[in-house]
Design a protein around this ligand. Sequence first.
Ligand SMILES: Nc1ncnc2c1ncn2[C@@H]1O[C@H](COP(=O)(O)OP(=O)(O)O)[C@@H](O)[C@H]1O
Ligand SMILES: [Mg+2]
Length: 344
Amino acid sequence: MAETITADMVIHDVVAKYPATVKVFHGHGLPCTACAVGARESVSGGARTHHFSPEKLEILVKDLNAAANGEPTSITPKKAPVGRGVPLTMASSSPDRKIKNVIAVMSGKGGVGKSLVTGLLAVSLRRQGQQVGILDGDITGPSIARMFGTKGSPTKSAGGGIEPLRSKGGIKVVSMNMFLEKESDPVVWRGPMISSAIKQFYSDVEWGNLDYLLVDLPPGTSDAPMTVMQALPLDGVIIVSSPQMLATMIVMKCINMVQQMKGTIVGVVENMSYFQTPAGERFEIFGPSNGTELVSMTGAPLLGALPIDPALATLCDAGRVEEYYSEPYEELAADFVSTLKIQR
Ligand SMILES: Nc1ncnc2c1ncn2[C@@H]1O[C@H](COP(=O)(O)OP(=O)(O)O)[C@@H](O)[C@H]1O
Ligand SMILES: [Mg+2]
């Protein structure tokens, strides 16, 4: 069939006319369809923004036409989530699962902003009216409770389980800090105990009905990520990276681990991508973005490139992360939700 979609067409118009093309845009790492601004660009403009080579653009246009005509594309269909391990006592595999989406946030390295991305993704999803919980799987270095300013210990629920704490905005939070006498007490546990704590945080906590349970993980590929991959009914993983991190190949180890364990990478997030001055000038402090490489390494879309914002650190330290609002994070949440819908 003759090509009906050309590179100079506006993304929004293409998607409106041929809904099947959304998958192709996302599969090629272009989340523009979900972005109010990006969708007004032409296909070639969107490709330029995401640093596509002319060859890649050509393949994209070919795939768009194939999808519009109901033909196969070069994008391999996403496998159904197979990271589901041993069902635990709650939720899990029953058709009327109380927790609709269990998503883990991982990265190979510490300090790249996993916890921050987890926290702010939860905040944005909550603003959209979703029921959200955060399971802080970083047992020895928990940071979620502090970010949200949730104080006190969780109580026993009517059903005999653990009642999670609630943030001011209504996000349910469970973190190891809540079980310590003093926040500064160290948790000196070995792997099996850490695994057991994570499992209990999932199965013994009365999460209730949730649209999203986000699991924040410690860095690396150790016991905690393994437990989450094997023992939780995981629907997908978000990989967080930063521009200079790719060079270290640590993020690759993490991606390989998820792939080896047959997990589904929902998307990648590049944090600390740039710093923007109040006048709007951008500086790529940690080097140029490598979002495109991340996309080709994972086959998953780039959900967002987030700026460095000094205001964030202050709000997080004060337990007021929910007061933060910034467009890139709202776009991240929108892209995340639409990507999950497409992958289903
Ligand atoms: N985009 C950002 N802008 C400003 N500060 C950030 C950003 N991302 C992370 N930080 C800060 O960097 C530190 C490490 O982030 P964190 O989310 O705890 O990393 P991780 O969980 O990967 O170890 C925190 O103090 C956090 O507030
Ligand atoms: Mg962390």
